[in-house]
Design a binder for this molecule. Structure first.
Ligand SMILES: Cc1cc2nc3c(=O)[nH]c(=O)nc-3n(C[C@H](O)[C@H](O)[C@H](O)COP(=O)(O)OP(=O)(O)OC[C@H]3O[C@@H](n4cnc5c(N)ncnc54)[C@H](O)[C@@H]3O)c2cc1C
Ligand SMILES: Cc1ccn(-c2ncnc3[nH]cnc23)c1
Length: 505
């Protein structure tokens, strides 16, 4: 048959894609969704999108490209829910694999002694929550937002307010099924093909495509006591956060926010929280200052509410927040975990969801968090913020250092996430250029003065910066790449390796 008109005549290898026997199908047109993501700033159009119906589809696609060697310039990117920020799930002129088409076999819940759920890597966490709750179970470790895929979050870490106790999502995986950059299908775990298991966890899609995951579960609570208090003193705020993550039997979730110049802060909260002492709360005037919000959650079941309230009361008495700012509410476990979806719906209604998201996520060692706060909140950002700023500490002991994830080298480190939304075509302080400049000032300050800081959901533009990001782990990364993806076919959107230019050969 003749080569279809849309093929570049120069690259016969792409034509070869059509010779593949697939259970699913390849699409060569209308692939614009695969060329966009949540960041809304990078748009690399693939040559084709594979909609797999089986692991064999993924394996034969990759093996086919692997066997063509350097005769083909094709690369392959798995795409989960496309909620990356800087094109990490894109493959310019390559093949994007739509993992959401690949539901594989249905979810299988094992409610035994060590409960777990077997899921397709293309499954959304919100769907896992709905299904496991039917059996009174749920995963232990979450992200703040659940409309993300298992493969996407496990390729990064998957972190939220439960991480201080359970570690990130990549610390709560029993087993994975992975298709390597050679097209091999490998089952791996701590005790079987352990190096591949550790490579893909936090591996930024570099070492294999996760097709299935076995996620640990725990008994799910029915209700959550959701608490927020405010501080104007950063030292008291961090001291209380670090105290609360130091023992496991306190709260079940610890996070925090930074509010910069948020006029009418109190009223924004009134809508979703009942002020503990309404009269007192109305005296509090937050206008014109920086405030730090400590957010806690205590899981409970309806028959334990009195015991829980007593426990919370005694815990709160040990904290040094501004008394009139105690806000609490009681919600279902599902509503608490799906809380960011509420913000999404509000932003979508205002046409503010599909906008550029120049996010910056940093992991900051405890020893440097005060200098960071002083310079970034007190100077660089002093009068603006364009979205939530999240800040909370975690315990490194709950993170497995053998994974490909890079974290600061201290027992306690903070996640600080600048989740900005840019107003399209604005040239003001809410515009993309202004926010990118601010992000760069923050990064430059860290590079110059806070060497222990690492990016989470990292984005760099060249291999030298990646080498510096990985630090002593770089040799392990090179070795793993040479074993599991020697032609550097996988996840080109991360910009760590370039097909054909392999630093380890
Ligand atoms: C609104 C919002 C809130 C967020 N909140 C949090 C949070 O609280 N905590 C947190 O940790 N993160 C958070 N994130 C970041 C999120 O975890 C990452 O962006 C994640 O990668 C998105 O998942 P995804 O399924 O969209 O992945 P995609 O963006 O589709 O892919 C991400 C990367 O993983 C690779 N990949 C995807 N699927 C697979 C697979 N099956 N096998 C191998 N590689 C794969 C892709 O090639 C790409 O490199 C948030 C993101 C958004 C948009
Ligand atoms: C784009 C957007 C709107 C709200 N958010 C969030 N709000 C609160 N916590 C979050 N964690 C991650 N995204 C979050 C993110």
């Amino acid at each position: 048959s003749t080569i279809p008109p849309h093929f570049g005549s120069s690259d016969i290898s792409t034509y070869a894609l059509q010779t593949l026997e697939l259970d699913g199908y390849l699409s060569f047109d209308n692939n614009h969704q695969a060329a966009t993501d949540f960041g809304n700033r990078y748009h690399s159009l693939p040559l084709a999108v594979l909609h797999p119906k089986s692991v064999a589809d993924i394996s034969s696609m990759i093996n086919h490209i692997f066997r063509m060697g350097y005769a083909s310039d094709l690369t392959v990117a798995a795409r989960g829910h496309g909620h990356s920020i800087q094109g990490q799930a894109q493959a310019y002129n390559g093949v994007v694999i739509s993992m959401e088409s690949f539901k594989g076999t249905e979810m299988k819940i094992n409610a035994g002694e060590l409960p777990y759920v077997d899921v397709s890597a293309g499954e959304l966490w919100i769907n896992i929550l709905h299904e496991t709750l039917k059996q009174g179970l749920a995963p232990k470790s979450w992200t703040d937002y659940l409309h993300l895929t298992v493969g996407g979050t496990l390729s990064n870490a998957g972190i939220s307010g439960q991480a201080f106790r359970h570690g990130p999502q990549i610390s709560n995986v029993y087993q994975l099924e992975v298709v390597t950059g050679k097209g091999e299908v490998v089952v791996c775990s701590e005790n079987q093909n352990a190096d591949l298991f550790h490579a893909v966890l936090g591996g930024l899609g570099q070492f294999g495509i996760i097709t299935r995951a076995r996620i640990s579960l725990e008994k799910a609570p029915k209700m959550v006591k959701w608490i927020r208090v405010l501080y104007s003193d950063f030292s008291k705020f961090t001291r209380d956060q670090e105290y609360l993550i130091s023992s496991n039997d306190q709260f079940d979730y610890i996070e925090g926010f930074v509010f910069i110049n948020r006029t009418g802060l109190l009223n924004n909260w009134r809508s979703s929280f009942n002020p503990k002492e309404p009269l007192q709360a109305s005296k509090f005037n937050s206008d014109g200052k920086i405030f730090f919000c400590l957010e806690m959650a205590k899981y409970f079941n309806p028959d334990e509410i009195d015991f829980m309230n007593k426990k919370v009361e005694s815990l709160m008495s040990e904290l040094s927040y501004i008394p009139s700012t105690l806000f609490t509410s009681e919600v279902t476990y599902l509503d608490f975990l799906d809380r960011v979806h509420v913000s999404e719906n509000k932003l979508r209604a205002k046409g503010l969801w599909e906008v550029p998201h120049p996010w910056l996520n940093l992991l900051i060692p405890k020893s440097q968090i005060h200098d960071f706060a002083q310079e970034v909140f007190g100077n660089i950002l002093k009068d603006t913020s364009n979205g939530p700023i999240i800040i909370y500490p975690v315990n490194k002991s709950k993170w497995n250092n053998r994974t490909s994830l890079v974290t600061p080298d201290e027992d306690i480190f903070y996640l600080v996430a600048f989740l900005s939304s840019a107003v399209p075509s604005s040239v003001g302080t809410d515009g993309l250029e202004h926010i990118l400049e601010q992000n760069q000032r923050i990064l430059d300050y860290c590079i110059d003065f806070l060497p222990g800081v690492k990016q989470y959901l990292p984005h760099y533009s060249n291999q030298e910066e990646w080498r510096s990001h990985f630090g002593p782990k770089w040799q392990t990364i090179l070795q793993r790449k040479s074993i599991y993806d020697p032609l550097a076919i996988l996840a080109p959107g991360q910009r760590i390796f370039q097909k054909g230019i392999i630093p380890f050969l």
